[in-house]
Design a protein around this ligand. Structure first.
Ligand code: ADP
Ligand code: MG
Length: 595
């Protein structure tokens, strides 16, 4: 087949795949255009979550009649007068939204500039109709009907009107939060959902959009440093939610999602709030344009800071300072869950970790009496040639076994079990199960401290997955980043991994990402990864360096034992099975009939 240039309509449809995935993304572009046009008042009307229709009406400067055709042409924009994309101050700049939407829906564009006449034009799935006169006040009105109706392959990926509506509401909420000076009206299926007057105080706008109670439970953030300013509204530590969904970040007026915020908020509130609770906030960074790149994401929902550490520091300091000043109000509310946490951690780790006496494998009698010593894990032996080995312990662990409850490692069996000598018996440790548990506990601790440490990969790794799997992971990017996995979308059917949790000593990034995608499918959207940290930790440990079947050096084995001794709950793996068993000297004697 010879190479041919694609027709314009097809090019637009392909672009539409990036810009308009669903009603909410079309809506976002339309509201952004209205804001860019200097609107003081914006009305949004949806039918059936936007699946049937979207209309956005503004009172902005309108489009000149002789520029209409250009507005519907790809890469035509009025917003980059001098090609300096780094200097862009408008929300839009690519000139892709209108042509993309017009290629996959019936788009009606009507506009009137002050002092001129109104006109109107329809672009029906890429076919542009004639320009007609229209009576209307100054401003612009864009209607989008039947999104993807002619493209069943895309239409079928749309969700229910309910969840499309939820996504649209989120868009309106974010953009309205960014611009409290502009009036917004939002109607869905004839019902008025939001009515926000222009010129509101920021804290009133934010409270009205997130939670009215915030009005009496907030601190005001205001901080300036080196030309960067941070402003915003954040909840007192006594006012919190079960998820971090209501933490909004805006950079130069643009709503963005950035994992930077998650970590910074954790850091700032760490002393005040239980780790499974989340403050509510809207933070606004004003940054010199050369400090931030907005052109990194098709939907412009991500930015790249030149100096992310500085921005993180700004947010932590801004929040801390505001919380300190509100200290009087915070101090008298003892946080029950943090006290409980402290008590739990105060239990001597090893005592809490000891296996329960009723575990069958613990007594040699049980093991001999028909219960296989290693239960279902016996299967792991198959496929291995006998591979037990013993090594002389290095000098620095030449300590007396009695100093260590789990003993000194003497060797490894089947590349799976560590054999250790304790003061009063023989210890067998399932290295994989133990590691899984340690990863879980390390993650819990790291999360309580802010975020899990990451290790950048020397070369970012591309992992190919099917599109729904990528979608699932993409929906969890922020959560995964908190868990130390820095991952991003890389085209429709691949993900790019930039960093992995440092604690894993990862060798198999691709395997990990694939397994996580499966985990996410099983979890469903409603469950947070932190809520199922056991599952995530197990998956991560599976691809870590201590998995079953790997040869460990005596030093590595001893390190594992020592860490288990100081880690709470390390006596059971994440599935509740023991991670180690002990044959006491007495038990061994019984086995040999010596008692
Ligand atoms: P971009 O916003 O990236 O420039 P769009 O495809 O969204 O690209 O819009 C193309 C052009 O149409 C804009 O540059 C602008 O000049 C004009 N336009 C679109 N919507 C409006 C509006 N609501 N009011 C005024 N002009 C608009
Ligand atoms: Mg635009």
């Amino acid at each position: 087949m010879s190479i041919r240039r694609l027709p314009e309509t097809l090019v637009n449809r392909i672009a539409a795949g990036e810009v308009v995935e669903r009603p909410a993304s079309a809506l976002k572009e339309l509201i952004e255009n209205a804001l860019d046009a200097g609107a003081r008042s914006i009305a949004v009307t949806l039918r059936q979550g936007g699946l049937e229709g979207i209309a956005v009406t503004d009172d902005g400067h309108g489009i000149a009649r002789d520029e209409i055709a250009l507005a519907l042409e790809r890469h035509a924009t009025s917003k980059l007068p001098d090609e300096a994309i780094e200097q862009v101050r408008t929300l839009g700049f690519r000139g892709e939204a209108l042509p993309s939407i017009g290629s996959v829906a019936r788009l009606t564009l009507a506009s009137r500039q002050a002092g001129g006449d109104g006109w109107r034009l329809v672009c029906d799935n890429g076919v542009i109709g004639p320009i007609e006169p229209a009576a209307m006040p100054p401003g612009t009105r864009v209607e989008v009907d039947g999104l993807f109706e002619r493209i069943p392959a895309r239409r079928k990926f749309l969700r229910s009107p309910r969840s499309e509506y939820a996504a649209c509401l989120d868009i309106v909420r974010r953009l309205a939060m960014a611009r409290q000076d502009v009036a917004f009206v939002f109607e869905h299926d004839g019902r008025r959902v939001l009515s926000l007057p222009g010129g509101q105080e920021r804290e009133d706008r934010v409270a009205q959009l997130i939670d009215r109670e915030l009005a009496d439970n907030h601190v005001i953030i205001a901080l300036e440093r080196e030309g960067v300013s941070l402003a915003g509204v954040a909840s007192l530590p006594t006012f919190h939610r079960g998820s971090a969904d209501h933490q909004y970040l805006f950079v130069n007026g643009r709503p963005v999602r950035d994992r930077l915020l998650v970590g910074a908020v954790r850091g700032a509130y760490a002393d005040f709030i239980a780790r499974d609770r989340h403050p509510v906030m809207a933070l606004f960074l004003s940054v010199p344009v050369e400090e931030v790149d907005v052109n990194v994401h098709p939907a412009k929902t991500e930015v790249r800071f030149r100096d992310p550490a500085f921005m993180r520091g700004m947010i932590v300091s801004g929040l801390r300072r505001a919380l300190d000043e509100a200290g009087m109000r915070v101090a008298n509310r003892a946080d029950a869950s943090s006290t409980e946490l402290w008590q739990r951690e105060a239990i001597p780790a090893f005592e809490a970790a000891s296996p329960q006496p009723d575990w069958p494998a613990r007594s040699a009698g049980g093991a001999y009496g028909g219960v296989p010593l290693f239960g279902d894990r016996q299967a792991r032996f198959s496929g291995f040639a006998p591979s037990g080995r013993a090594e002389p312990a290095p000098v620095h662990v030449a300590a007396e076994p009695r100093e260590f409850p789990l003993g000194i490692a003497r060797g490894q069996v089947a590349r799976t079990y560590i054999v250790a000598e304790a003061d009063d018996g023989l210890i067998l440790v399932d290295q994989h199960a133990a590691h899984e548990r340690l990863v879980l506990e390390r993650m819990r601790r790291a999360l309580a401290d802010g975020a899990v440490a990451r290790q950048a990969l020397l070369l970012p790794e591309v992992v190919e997955l099917d599109e729904p799997a990528c979608d699932r992971i993409e929906g969890r990017i922020v959560e995964l980043a908190e868990l130390g996995l820095e991952i991003e979308r890389f085209g429709p059917s691949a993900m790019l991994v930039r960093a992995a949790p440092a604690m894993l000593g990862l060798s198999d990034v691709t395997g990990l990402v694939r397994d996580l995608a499966d985990d996410l499918a099983a979890l469903g959207d409603a469950t947070s990864l932190k809520g199922r940290l056991d599952l995530v930790a197990a998956t991560m440990a599976c691809h870590g360096s201590v998995r079953a079947g790997r040869v460990l050096s005596v030093t590595e084995m001893n390190a594992l034992l020592r860490e288990m001794e100081v880690t709470p709950h390390s006596g059971q793996c994440n599935h509740g099975r023991p991670t180690w068993i002990k044959l006491a000297h007495g038990d061994i004697e019984k086995l040999f009939g010596r008692h």
